[in-house]
Every structure is written in C-alpha cells, then in structure tokens.
Design a protein around this ligand. Structure first.
Ligand code: NAI
Length: 731
C-alpha cells in the first residue's frame, strides 16, 4: 500500500518522524476511508524503518488536530453492515496498537481540538502535549451522539485513569475540556502556549525517553482504583447502576449503558480482549437507531440551523454594538447578561433606576458565581458588568442599534414602550419583542417601521437556555430577519425561524405535551405514574411539575383567548380534556401553580416542591384504572409530534432542522429521539405497527381510537407515509 497525503510523513535527519494529519479534501481530519488507508500505510512504514527511527510525533496541519469519526458515513450504517463496522473499528485499533508498541517514543502534539477519534489517537501516544489554543477542546463526546469511543478510547481511559474516573470524567458525560482542564484531569501531560514550543517539547520528550512505552504495557501495571475483581473496588460497583439511572432517568439512551459495560468488562480482561469488547459495543450502538437520531439532530441539524440555512440570502452580516433591553425583570435581566457576556454594550431600562439596578444585580450574581467556580476571572467579570448600563431614562438609549423588549405581557404597554423609544434609538435599529404569546403582527402595528419589527423569543433561564425562537410577523422584512439571526448568533445562541402564529412553534407544541399529561390525571390515572411516564420517556421535566411552574392560570388565559378568537372567526372550539381538570384545580380548589404556593404539587413557603397533592387521588384518581405505560409515554410524544406536523403543514415551521432543534433545545423533547420530526422518521412500533412514518401513522390511528380524535394523523403525515418519504430538508 502506498502512503496517501492524508497522513504526511516528514522525517528529519535525527531520526524523528512527524506524522502530519492533513486530509487534502476536507477542512478537518476525520476517520474516513482515506484516513484509515493512510494509517495502515504509515504503520507499515514505521515498522519497516523502526531501527532507523528515534521517535514519532503526531500532529496536524489543520486548525483542529482531528475531528473524530466521519458522521456522514456513520449515519448511513445499517444493521446489516454490523460486521463491516466491527472490522473497521478493529482495524483502526490494531494500527494504533502497532504504533503504540513500536518500541519508540510516540508523542501527540495537539495543535488544536482533539475530540473523539482525535483524542483516541492521542491516547495511543505515550505522551500528550496540548497547545492552549482558543476554543481548543479535548475529550470523548461520543456519548452525546449516542455512541461510544470505538478507537480504543474506553480501553485506554480506563487503564489511564481507572474505571470510576474514566466513566465520570471522560466517557459518561462526554465533557469537552479546555487544554488546561484536560491537564488538571490527567488527560494530557503538558500544556504549551505556542506551536514552536509544542514541537520543541515533543522532541525533548523523545530525547529524554528513548525507550518509552505506555503505562499499561509496563510490567506490573494495575488499573488505578482496581478492577471489579478487587474487593475494594467491588464495594463501589453497586453505585454504577444508580449513576446510570441518574444520568438517563430510565429513558432509552443505550450509550451510557454500553459505555459502562465496555469499561467494566474490559477492565477484567487483557488489553487486546478489551479492544474486542469495546468494538462489539461500538458496533451495537453505531448500527442502532438512537445514534442515528442523535447524529442527525446534534450534528447535522444543529449545524444547518446555526450556519444560517434559514437566513435570507444575500444580506450582508451585521453586528450589533449597543443593545437596548426594555424591562429588567426576569427575562430582561437574563437577556442583558447574555448580551454583555458576548461583548455587546447593553442599556437596561426599567420604570425606575432601582428596578433597572435590580436587573443588573442578576448579572452581578451570575458573574460572582462564575468567578467562584473558576469559569471566568474577576477582571473579565468586571468588564462584562461595566458593559451594562441600568437606567430609567429613555434618553440613554440613544445610539442603540437594536432593541429587545421584555416588559409585562400586555399589548398596550408594549406599544407604549416602543412609541417611547423608536425615535431615540438609531434610526434603523432592529426592533425585537420577547413576547411569549402575543402575535408579532399585532405588536408591529404599534411601531412606525413594521418591516424592522420581529419576535425574539428567549427561554428561561436565559443564561443557560441555548435556543432563541425568531418569529417573523406578516410585515417583517428579510433584512430584519437576517439581522435578528445575526444577533442571536452573536450572543452565541441557536436561532430557529418560525412564522407568526398563536404560541409560535415552541409554546404551542409544549402545550400539547402538558395537556396530555393533565388529561391523563383527569381520566383517573395515578398522577405519580403520569410523572414517571414523562421522566422515562426522556423528558427533562415531569409534566405536572412543569405545568405548576408555568402556572395553571396563564395557559388557561391563553386558551380562553384562543377559543374566543376561533369562535369569532366562525370556527368551533373542540375542548381538550385537560381543560376541565385545570378549571377544577383553579376554580374548585384554588390551586394555581407553584407561584401561588399550590398546584398539582404542594410547596413549602420557599416554593420548594414537597409532594404531589394528595387531593389529586381523592378527586381525580380512579383506583386501579391503568393504561399501558407505553401508551402513557407515546400519548405525550405523539401529541407533540403530531402538532409539529401541523405546524409544518400550516407553514408556521418551514424547516425540519428547526423543528428538531427547537424541540430539543427549547421545550425539552427527549434528545434520544433526535427531535420531534426525527422521532417520527425513526419510530419503531415493533411488531405492532411497524417502523418509520407508516408505523407512526398506524400507531397514531390506534391512539386516536383509544384516546381521542386529536391523535388523528394530519394529511401531510399520511401523504408522506404513503409516498415512502421521511421528514428531511431539501437543501
Ligand atoms: P417580569 O414581570 O419579570 O418583568 C417585566 C419588567 O418590565 C418589570 O421589571 C417591569 O418593571 C418592567 N416594565 C414594566 N413597564 C415598563 C416600562 N414602561 N418600561 C420599562 N420597563 C417596564 O416579566 P418577565 O417574566 O421577564 O417577562 C417579560 C416578557 O418576556 C413578557 O412579554 C413575557 O411574556 C416574555 N417571556 C417570558 C418568559 C418567562 O419564562 N417568564 C419566557 C419568554 C418570554
């Protein structure tokens, strides 16, 4: 086999070979066929020239060191190709193993990010030096894509760090470390500041360790912390399943379980057998549906959404320098912090200087916490705070090139504040409202430049929630949409774009989830099992507790307004069975949700959740009434999925990627599904109804028969199922 240019061989006259990873066809190196061929070729060559070599340095000519597995290949893998996947995993492992046992020092000079396969290559080197490049990350994030590291990553991290640390620090959470934190956690040996130093230190290691080998190849090596065969370690074993339960909440995420099994089983056998164990589990995950769902969502869809697939073309990108945030309440304060963190100057306005200062206080608290946790320095935190100017004076908004309004949810008030500011800020300032329920088209009627008016729907808590839903009103211009998109990216969040409609996409769809949970309580199902069903379906928040957090009164108010609008337009309102439950909770029992001190749950004076309200059993539960657990879970998942299809049908949504990403990042749709439409694509109804869209349609009809017409599949879904199509964006 001849050497390809994917891995360049550069040998100096002192016998040091530098292997430069440099895929000529891509901007980043990935574990594709060309790389695997190249790896085989250089491995042969290293062995051939072994006696003339003093050592090997592995580095890359790209910005990153190595990007990991080729996800384009991986997402296409079918269960029938399991043997090929296994063979591929074993081939890479064998080559890396040959390099690692060459008998010469091998150093990884990590010039940039080394994630997944990249870190696995580094782990096969005797010494790892990382350049402290901005944004450079090190770790094994495979679990976040439903996979495990299949290039020896499980085998080596276990032998390097011990089972517990390998699982907790590297494998189960998929943490991506900065070079310095990677050093602190034992993932690399040295961190340097310049590229020259990187190579100089690599050479120095080779000079000083002519006979280097891996710790696990030295006689007498023991896995740190012991193995399950060791009684001390065995005492800790029972905590692992609990750890898993904590991580997955019983939801169907196969990767953490497979990682745990590969680590524990692999620790009890020799290195080469452990590699086989790892390859088997890798193959199981790579050929399964969950990995496909997660790769689709967290890689392809996220990339499409963030890269602007939905941003109007041909409009020059613009950056906002100074933003006016109107209303310094919960949302405004959070928005101000997120903007200032991204380097924007923020003028935070409320009705009084005290209220505005309180809003800035939120940033002060978040900064103090970040400094205490070592996530930022005091200087950086002070600079962030200095960018926020609290005020009650409209004149201070002069020169702002964007406005984000977050005052009370009241159309007249919102019209009034825009009237006040629209001629003070820059004449072409972008005008955004963070309304959660009011139509953007209606709000735009209150401004002089409706083409510049747009919805920017943030989620709470703003500093932690990564999504922003951009809402186009009827009169919103393309320029405003492009600028809103750029602003959301500028503050490091993920923008989805939807057309104006009641509840937009996210609030509307999450409403169906909540209604379904509440309806089940109304049918007499045990409330605790409704909560359990939501948790085990993979929802991060249980359904009744979420309803309490939102309050029972707000959705009721919105529902009554919607009903009025529907009836005024001559339509008929079909009440959802949840409505009667909410009405009784509020009217008969005075339980309005968490902020009112009582809802589906009881709360203490500090708002801490105590227990499900015993009255639910008394007033709603029909003792012994049960429906299949799977029905409970699928009623919630289907309710959201079906309404998402309706959103697509009605043009509220225009892209599948937006639906998938919006559902996971905005409203807690379970990540294992790959998002709300990918859930339909990958649906597995088993022997009952079959898979994919046809299986989903058949199952929806079954649910409609059992639980109500609302599960009837919408025409768009039926049509796609009949044509053999799936939900994908045509791009
Ligand atoms: P909030 O009640 O915490 O804050 C509203 C703030 O606006 C108060 O500080 C108030 O003093 C201030 N304000 C009232 N009149 C003003 C005026 N004329 N000029 C300047 N400031 C004025 O409300 P919250 O929760 O922050 O909500 C704000 C907006 O964000 C609402 O439209 C809401 O629907 C929306 N929203 C809320 C979410 C949430 O989870 N709470 C999520 C997404 C959007």
């Amino acid at each position: 086999m001849t050497e390809s240019t994917t891995i360049r061989w550069e040998q100096d006259d002192t016998g040091v070979v530098t292997l430069v990873l440099d895929d000529p066809h891509q901007s980043a190196n990935t574990m594709n066929q060309a790389f695997r061929d190249s790896l085989a070729a250089v491995t042969d060559r290293l062995e051939e020239h072994r006696d003339a070599l003093r050592g090997v340095i592995v580095t890359s000519a790209k910005k990153t060191f190595f990007a990991g597995g080729d996800l384009r290949d991986l997402i296409r893998v079918t269960p029938e190709a399991a043997q090929d996947v296994f063979d591929m995993s074993m081939a890479v492992k064998r080559h890396l193993r040959r390099i690692e046992t060459l008998g010469k020092p091998v150093v990884a000079a990590l010039n940039g990010a080394a994630l997944g396969g990249g870190f696995e290559i580094a782990l096969a080197c005797h010494h790892r030096i990382a350049l402290d490049a901005p944004g450079s990350k090190i770790g094994c994030p495979e679990v976040t894509l439903g996979l495990l590291p299949g290039g020896g990553g499980v085998v080596r991290t276990v032998r390097l760090l011990g089972i517990a640390d390998a699982l907790l620090k590297v494998l189960l959470q998929g943490t991506q470390y900065s070079p310095r934190r990677a050093l602190e956690n034992g993932l690399v040996h040295e961190v340097v500041d310049t590229r020259e130093e990187l190579l100089a230190r690599a050479r120095a290691f080779i000079d000083a360790h002519p006979e280097s080998q891996q710790p696990w190849d030295t006689p007498g090596h023991r896995i740190p912390g012991g193995t399950p065969a060791n009684p001390k370690f065995a005492a800790n074993l029972p905590s692992f399943p609990a750890l898993l339960r904590k991580q997955t909440n019983g939801a169907p995420y196969p990767a953490p379980r497979a990682i745990l099994a590969a680590a524990v089983e692999g620790a009890q056998v020799d290195f080469d057998t452990a590699q086989v164990v790892e390859a088997r589990y890798f193959t199981e995950l790579a050929t399964g549906q969950t990995a496909k769902n997660m790769i689709q969502a967290f890689f392809f869809d996220l990339q499409a959404v963030n890269s602007g697939a939905n941003r109007p073309r041909g409009i020059e990108p613009r950056r906002v320098r100074r933003v006016a945030v109107l209303g310094a309440g919960m949302m405004g304060a959070g928005i101000a912090y997120s903007c200032a963190r991204a380097g924007l100057d923020v003028v935070l306005k409320d009705v009084s200087p005290e209220a505005a200062a309180r809003g800035k206080g939120h940033s002060e608290k978040l900064c103090a916490k970040a400094v205490a946790k070592g996530r930022t320095t005091r200087e950086k935190a002070d600079a962030l705070l200095a960018r926020i100017t609290p005020t009650a004076d409209v004149a201070d908004l002069a020169g702002c090139d964007a406005v984000i309004e977050a005052v009370f949810e009241d159309t007249a008030l919102k019209h009034k504040v825009f009237q006040e500011v629209q001629n003070v800020v820059a004449p072409d300032a972008l005008l955004c409202s963070n309304t959660s329920t009011l139509p953007i088209t209606l709000l735009a009627e209150g401004v002089e430049r409706p083409a510049d008016f747009i919805g920017l729907h943030f989620f709470s808590p703003v500093d932690r929630m990564p999504l922003v839903e951009i809402i186009k009103g009827e009169r919103t211009g393309d320029e405003a949409l492009a600028r809103a998109f750029d602003l959301v990216r500028q503050i490091g969040k993920t923008p989805i774009v939807v057309n104006d409609s009641r509840g937009f996409f996210t609030s509307r769809v999450i409403g169906h989830f909540i209604n379904e949970g509440v309806a089940m309580v109304g049918e007499g199902i045990e409330p605790a099992s409704v909560e359990q069903a939501a948790a085990q379906a993979g929802y991060p928040a249980k359904v009744l507790s979420l309803m309490d957090d939102l309050t029972l009164t707000l959705p009721r108010k919105i529902r009554n307004e919607t009903r009025r609008a529907v009836e005024e337009a001559g339509g008929t309102w079909t009440p959802h069975p949840a409505e009667a439950v909410v009405d009784r909770m509020v009217d008969e029992f005075g339980r309005t949700g968490r902020s009112g001190g009582a809802g589906f749950y009881d709360y203490d004076e500090d708002g801490r959740r105590l227990r499900l309200w015993p009255g639910l059993r008394e007033h709603f539960t029909r003792p012994g009434h049960r429906i299949p657990f799977r029905d409970m879970q699928e009623r919630m998942l289907f309710a959201e999925a079906l309404d998402t299809v309706r959103c697509l049908q009605e043009g509220v949504l225009t892209s599948v990627a937006d639906a998938n990403i919006g559902s996971i990042l905005g409203i807690g749709f379970p990540g294992w599904t790959g998002g709300v439409l990918q859930y339909i694509n990958g649906y597995d109804g088993g022997a009952g109804t079959g898979t994919g869209l046809p299986g989903f349609v058949a199952r929806a009809r079954e649910l409609a028969e059992r639980y109500g017409e609302r599960f009837t599949p919408p025409p768009l879904l039926v049509e796609k199922a009949e044509k053999g199509e799936t939900f994908t964006d045509a791009r």
